[in-house]
Design a binder for this molecule. Structure first.
Ligand code: RFL
Ligand code: PHB
Length: 388
């Protein structure tokens, strides 16, 4: 089999790149390790920057998001028993869209099926080869080995994928910080405690009140890395969440049975460069941010922006310029989001050495931030997303 762009991974980056390419008449095939149902069922991010919203519209998959998504003009920071609103729209002229990654994935999968895009699910042992010259991918499906020849390989296969592994020892440099805690997250079909998100700093640890709709809530509490989900009954979760919120919000939390509960570790990670000949790393395959700044999915989208523009230039204008600039352009935006996510994580969480002094320093920083137009604007600019 032969295609122009072989995409490894049917996560949001692979599906979005695939749809933009299909719309532009550039042939592509997606190889995905999991089943379609598994990909559809994953629950992850929830906050989309305007840049990503624009790309989903451009890809022709924005209709349901524009109908059902919740545009948010601001969010709350809670600390020292009080709430302080960050007015994103007043500070930047921009807003964010609350719309689950699960829904984005579903919209992209439906569109791909509708427009005849080829996705090979349950592709095993996917391996990129010869990406210095004439690239091809080998994989297995139903016990049979296959070969897919292509012009380019887009490595959209996430942090644990095969693409980055294929370039280890070939000039790849990595940068990493692992945080000494995780996020315990739940989804419950109860109305959200507040119509906007609440990011809470508390001596017991960080908490986040988010949502998927006006009837479905998404909540997180910081927890020890080695905690087991089984140790967290729903009652224990709700009690801990309420303890970390200012009393007026705590009293308004509607509890109910969780429909999902899991613990995610927090990590900052960057792999450089993002291009190795005709293999290009995209999204989580090249970088991870802790979820505190809501940047992971949005960075995957900005990588796709740069890569799609480069590929369109290559096929349309026979120019390598966009592809040559891909790694440097993407990394310049990635590192700014890494910095912001690291900073927001450092300011909002309790670390093993935070202590009483560290807690007061965090509260002083947050108090300065919410009362300084300059500092609030800096936070807001980063949260709504830096320009592409
Ligand atoms: P994905 O989504 O990991 O998709 C990779 C795909 O590749 C497949 N794959 C393979 N296929 C073939 N062969 C192999 N060897 C393969 N290995 C893997 C996988 O099955 C999968 O289908 O990467 P992508 O597309 O780059 O997308 C990245 C985002 O998913 C990720 O950055 C976000 O979810 C991060 N994130 C958030 N980002 C935001 O922008 N805003 C948020 O509010 C936000 N909240 C979050 C988050 C991530 C979280 N977790 C669970 C890590 C909240 C959480 C809790
Ligand atoms: C979410 O709704 O899952 C979410 C929202 C904001 C974040 C992280 C996760 O910063």
């Amino acid at each position: 089999m032969r295609t122009q762009v072989a995409i490894i991974g049917a996560g949001p980056s692979g599906l979005l790149l695939g749809q933009l390419l299909t719309n532009a008449g550039i042939d592509n095939v997606i190889l995905e390790r999991q089943t379609g149902d598994y990909v559809r069922g994953r629950i992850r991010a929830g906050v989309l920057e305007e840049g990503m919203v624009g790309m989903l519209d451009e890809a022709g998959v924005g209709a349901r998001m524009n109908r059902q998504g919740l545009p948010h003009d601001g969010f709350d920071l809670a600390f020292g028993w009080r709430h302080h609103r960050i007015d994103l729209h007043a500070l930047t002229g921009k807003r964010v869209m609350v719309y689950g990654q699960t829904e984005v994935t579903r919209d992209l999968m439906d569109k791909r099926a509708e427009t005849g895009g080829v996705t090979i699910y349950e592709a095993g042992n996917v391996e990129p080869h010869d990406f210095g010259s004439q690239p091809f991918i080998t994989y297995e499906k139903d016990g049979v080995s296959h070969r897919l020849d292509c012009d380019f390989i887009a490595g959209c296969d996430g942090y644990h994928g095969a693409s980055r592994k294929a370039v280890e020892g070939k000039g790849l440099e990595t940068f990493e910080r692992v945080y000494p805690f995780g996020w315990l997250g739940i989804v419950a079909d109860v109305p959200p405690v507040h119509h906007e998100l609440i990011y809470a700093n508390h001596p017991r640890g960080f908490a986040l009140c988010s949502m998927r709709s006006t009837t479905r809530s998404r909540y997180y509490v910081q927890c020890p890395l080695d905690d087991k989900v089984e140790a967290w009954s729903d009652d224990r979760f709700w009690d801990e969440l309420r303890r970390r919120l200012p009393p007026d919000s705590a009293n308004r939390v509607t509890t109910g049975p969780s429909i999902e509960k899991s613990i995610a570790p927090l990590r900052s990670f960057v792999a450089e460069p993002m291009r190795f000949g005709r293999l290009l790393l995209v999204g989580d395959a090249a970088h991870i941010v802790p979820p505190t700044g809501a940047k992971g999915l949005n960075l995957a989208a900005s990588d796709v922006r740069y890569l799609f523009d480069g590929l369109r230039e290559y096929y349309g204008e026979k120019s390598d310029a966009g592809l040559d600039a891909y790694s440097q352009k993407a990394l310049s935006r990635v590192w700014k989001a890494e910095r912001f996510s690291w900073w927001m994580t450092s300011t909002m969480h309790r670390f093993p050495d935070t202590g009483a002094f560290g807690q007061r320093i965090q509260e002083a920083e947050l108090d300065y931030l919410v009362h300084s137009q300059a500092a609030s604007t800096s936070l807001a600019e980063n949260y709504v997303g830096l320009p592409y």
